[in-house]
Design a protein around this ligand. Sequence first.
Ligand code: PA5
Length: 443
Amino acid sequence: MKKIQVDIKDALTGSLAGSLETLRPEGLSGLAKLTDGSGEGADFLGWVKLPSETSADLLDDINATAAALREKCDVVVAIGIGGSYLGAKAVIEALSNSFAAYEPAKTRVLFAGQNIGEDYLAELKDYLADKQFGIIVISKSGTTTEPAIAFRVLREQLEQQVGRKEAAARIVAVTDAKRGALRTLADTEGYKTYVIADNVGGRFSVLTPVGLLPIAVAGFDIKALVAGAAEMEAATLTGADSDALNYAITRNALYRDGKKIEILVNFNPKLHFVGEWWKQLYGESEGKDHKGIFPAAVDDTTDLHSMGQWIQDGERSIFETVLSVKTTDRELRIPRDESDLDGLNYIAGKRVDEVNKMAELRTRIAHVDGGVPNILVTLDDVKEDTLGQLIYFFEAACGISGYMLGVNPFNQPGVEAYKKNMFALLEKPGYEEATAAIRAKLK
Ligand code: PA5
């Protein structure tokens, strides 16, 4: 069942009213490149049919590994950065109780290797000191500096706490089939491993073991997640009027009309990291050749008290895509108070979500009236299948949109340059020439 709806009526107005039809051939050509591999970056299209082609055996195996980790561990640390981090973080945060830390019966999934914060890592070590913990280390290249540092530090601690043999039973590596330091280490130590296919780039890998294993460890239903994505895959690849196609066309029409910044807005704090995942997906895919919509994200109503001013009144170079969730899991009404000193009795008895929805509606109207085009993406709920649909919707639209923009949506030369510069600056063996070049520049 389709659980997300996309409404662009407040985005393509005035001179852009006919864009959906005029730009449709370009959009369809982008879609065709995803399915026939005739566009740039065709080596990285493994995600396109991934949901429908994911085997039940793989999902069962991931669930079994997750169950084994849950059996042994109170905490599992997922180590990774960028595409090897954000998808799992987004789904787990969206589905978790906001105060999951206070649910001692559950295995907590924590994250490391997504920064090089010394205090962060030291505090995590302290936290883990009296815990039964395990590690999922995720790196496609197997050489990225941030996760490699975190893994070395936490692996040492785990081996000290439970011994090398037991540590090996609590470490799972998700990496390339053959290449990279992590692959060598995993094979040497005998860790359980999962492979990230060569043809799936990091930011498109949430529906591979990269995302699925941490999500399963956190106790969520990865079969429903993948099934939701498979439904959206079918609707997108067979439809000439799909939501993904229309979203891709709409954002390109707006970009060509001078709207250079897209703000993804949520009115549900659990979706904060969906915004972070989306920023990586679109930022890394489209920001190339001095082109691309700048992806930003805000959490409302929180950010209405900060960024709201800019959005309402700043430069008119923005458009918004609002993630609106129809239903909440819980029901909470605002109590009546006899003294009414806070003056809130006028909304006593109303659901908190009713007030939130009014804020959402009012904000959308005010922003549209203020010259901010609005794309509305409505989610029926925040459950695994809906999130699966949303993930595939954004991935497919990103591929189509990147091709419409005229870039290769599937490389990330800027990120690779950062990684190489890090190796050079840290004087990694093999990077001597680059080190000398950087030193000369810094003089
Ligand atoms: O999307 C990407 O390719 C990047 O964000 C990578 O996911 C990120 O740099 C981590 O790379 P790796 O998984 O090789 O450690």
